[in-house]
Design a protein around this ligand. Structure first.
Ligand SMILES: Nc1nc2c(c(=O)[nH]1)N[C@H]1C(S)=C(S)[C@@H](COP(=O)(O)O)O[C@H]1N2
Ligand SMILES: [Mo]
Length: 175
């Protein structure tokens, strides 16, 4: 379930870019190989779509978003990240949630590689947030400076910048 087309599979050209307020002020571009060389990690996650359904207990594997953060860390005052995908989809995520050991840059689900439809070659999975916070076809993220407002696809349409599913943080007016 997503907005827009499914990208063509071209893993050799897939790059992962970490930009915005990085610690060293530089934009960092990683190859798919560099990301996949990080230690493997797994999570069980329920899928909470804010508008439709919830699927329980999917198994995801990939690498920890925290390990990617370590490759290209944020400036000390960064609290929020704009995570983006192919074709302009993006979502706002608090840095603490992205850095949590549960946040996964997932390449597999149910033991099989992601299909194109499900987000190949990688998607973000943060189990306790609404699923719109998990871009499929993940291409990287930008660290946002305090006070900087750069909104994702659903956040522009009035959805919550944090989006904790257990707190039912669906809409921006709850912030
Ligand atoms: N790139 C991209 N990722 C996306 C979306 C999208 O429109 N584009 N939709 C999100 C929403 S709202 C949901 S519910 C899930 C759906 O994931 P699924 O297709 O694996 O069920 O993908 C999320 N990731
Ligand atoms: Mo959704």
């Amino acid at each position: 379930m997503h907005y827009g087309p499914v990208p063509r599979r071209r893993p050799e050209r897939w790059t992962f870019t970490v930009g915005g307020a990085t610690h060293d002020g530089q934009e960092h571009v990683f190859s798919l190989e560099r990301i996949l060389a990080l230690p493997p990690s797994e999570q069980l996650a329920d899928m909470h779509c804010a508008t439709r359904w919830t699927a329980l207990d999917q198994r995801w594997s990939g690498v920890r978003a925290a390990d990617v953060i370590e490759l290209a860390p944020p400036a000390p005052d960064v609290r929020e990240v704009l995570v983006f995908a192919e074709f302009g989809y993006a979502a706002n995520v608090p840095l603490d949630d992205l850095a949590s050991p549960r946040a996964l840059v997932a390449t597999h689900t149910g033991g099989a590689p992601l299909t194109d439809e499900r987000g190949a070659p990688m998607r973000l999975v943060i189990p306790h947030l609404y699923t719109w916070k998990g871009p499929k076809w993940l291409r990287g993220w930008n660290y946002l400076r305090p006070g900087e407002v750069d909104l994702g696809f659903w956040e522009k349409r009035g959805y919550h910048r944090h989006g904790d599913a257990w707190r039912q943080e669906r809409y921006g007016y709850q912030e």
